[in-house]
Write a protein that binds this ligand. Structure first.
Ligand code: ADP
Ligand code: MG
Length: 219
């Protein structure tokens, strides 16, 4: 289906944030188990703490626009999560918020531009490249798929599903890799053979987007 006139609404963005918080809570033990193999067994705990704080803050002061909603999530991640993932996911949401400030609805193209800014921000902050066995390995294929979908004039639902599928492939591809960034890199060769926890949570973020953001409005 062509994407003419479709938009991502503030309501859909709030459903994404709610949905991601719920998915993180459901997968808390799984993410922590993945982190116990190549890290310090706290990734699920970290993400859950951050997203719970995000929901509390959104409830306490409901946002008027998409940028404000995402900024609240970013600030919660930065201030409530001590691990590497707090500042990195915080950067993701804050950089996504930037180009979407003041907007109550955005096109898929505008959304993809925000996701590109978010992924670039995480790469600048963490200095990780594709193949370093981090969340970047899920996020870069996702944003590339999203941009490809925009170029082809795909619908929001189709574009986000392609992004989530690309993130899943990127996540799976982390398993054989030797980590070059973060705690897992301390293990050297022994980090190979385990799926990266951050790439796994980033896939969940993209999958939840496909499940929620496409309940979009019309211009
Ligand atoms: P910590 O490693 O401080 O315990 P978490 O366990 O919450 O933090 O998060 C670990 C995840 O963070 C890793 O699986 C990896 O995906 C991601 N990560 C770590 N360092 C970096 C980095 N420099 N750039 C991108 N992602 C990173
Ligand atoms: Mg950890």
């Amino acid at each position: 289906m062509a994407g003419g006139g479709e938009v991502v609404t503030l309501q859909a963005v709030l459903a994404w944030i709610d949905g991601f918080a719920a998915t993180v809570a459901e997968n808390k033990d799984y993410l922590t188990k993945l982190d116990s193999a190549i890290g310090d067994a706290d990734h699920g705990i970290n993400m859950n703490r951050g997203m719970r704080a995000a929901l509390e803050r959104l409830e306490a002061s409901p946002p008027d626009d998409i940028g404000a909603a995402l900024k609240t999530v970013g600030m919660a991640m930065v201030s409530k999560v001590g691990g590497a993932s707090g500042p990195l996911y915080g950067t993701f949401f804050l950089q996504l918020a930037g180009p979407l400030a003041g907007k109550e609805s955005v096109t898929l193209e505008e959304w993809a531009g925000g996701i590109r800014a978010a992924v670039s921000g995480v790469m600048a902050r963490g200095k990780a490249e594709l193949g370093d066995k981090t969340m970047i390995d899920a996020l870069v294929p996702a944003v590339e798929a999203l941009e490809g979908a925009v170029t082809e004039g795909a619908s929001i639902g189709d574009g986000l599903t392609r992004a989530a599928d690309a993130a899943a492939q990127g996540m799976e591809a982390t398993t054989p890799l030797v980590a070059r960034k973060g705690r897992a890199s301390y293990l050297g060769e022994r980090s190979a053979g385990h799926q990266d926890p951050g790439a796994t949570s980033s896939h969940l973020l993209m999958r939840t987007a496909a499940d929620t953001l496409a309940q979009s409005g019309q211009d």
